[in-house]
Design a protein around this ligand. Structure first.
Ligand SMILES: Nc1ncnc2c1ncn2[C@@H]1O[C@H](COP(=O)(O)OP(=O)(O)OP(=O)(O)O)[C@@H](O)[C@H]1O
Length: 221
């Protein structure tokens, strides 16, 4: 859990006329759930990638927990990005998918199990831990992808429209699950979406990305 701060971030793709992000500022307090909405191609993914360390800004700074991480590679930042297009390891069951990154990071087995079971409980996946990815529904697969990110206990969780591909009737329920997961883990979350409706009621703050800048949409108490 940490405060996230973006200061004067500008991203200019070589092929583009206008910058994707233009002198953008953003602060998310510790544990806050911030929803960033914006039209297609407004720069939402670029914003998340800058925080994750997958895109280098031409100017500006990214701070996580007060530490300037602008020059650090993605693997050295305490931030994880959950994509729209996730891929589970097909030859591993749900539990192995969820604990793989922890195993690579050398987390001891007992702690791996604890974290996996906690994430499974929070995401309604306890009965599926020994299933293969092909046995899961699409929403369950999305849930495993999310669980795989949060077991790493990142300071900052970045979500790129994780509900976009879900059937409409599941969006509100899944938005609630994601919110309670973020709250229980106390993880600072930036949630980018073209369709803020399902998460509007669970956001601490709502911002809109427009012409490469953010503006406050509503203050939610
Ligand atoms: N790697 C890249 N190289 C060049 N231009 C890019 C690159 N990635 C994104 N862009 C451009 O930057 C702008 C912002 O794109 P970005 O994907 O960040 O927006 P978005 O709001 O996430 O879009 P969507 O809602 O369609 O996913 C777009 O004009 C896009 O074409």
């Amino acid at each position: 859990m940490a405060r996230l701060s973006l200061q004067g971030i500008t991203v200019q793709y070589p092929s583009a006329q206008a910058p994707a992000l233009a002198d953008l500022d953003l602060t998310a307090d510790e544990g806050q759930f911030v929803v960033v909405s914006g039209a297609l191609r407004s720069g939402k993914s670029t914003l998340l990638r800058v925080v994750a360390g997958q895109e280098t800004p031409v100017s500006g700074h990214v701070l996580i927990g007060g530490v300037d991480v602008t020059g650090l590679p993605a693997q050295d930042r305490d931030a994880v990005l959950v994509f729209q297009n996730y891929a589970l390891y097909p030859h591993m069951d749900v539990q192995e998918n969820m604990s793989f990154a922890l195993r690579v990071a050398g987390v001891p087995e007992a702690e791996r199990l604890d974290r996996v079971h906690e994430a499974a409980r929070l995401l309604d996946l306890e009965s599926q831990l020994t299933w293969g990815p092909e046995e899961l529904t699409r929403p369950q697969r999305q849930q495993v992808a999310l669980a795989r990110a949060v077991v790493r206990r990142p300071a900052v969780l970045l979500m790129d429209d994780p509900l976009a591909a879900l059937p409409p009737e599941l969006k509100d329920h899944t938005a609630g699950l994601i919110r309670s997961l973020a709250r229980t883990l106390g993880v600072t979350t930036v949630y980018a979406t073209a369709e803020p409706g399902p998460v509007a009621s669970v956001a601490d703050r709502r911002l809109r990305l427009d012409s490469g800048r953010l503006r406050e949409e509503t203050a939610v108490s």
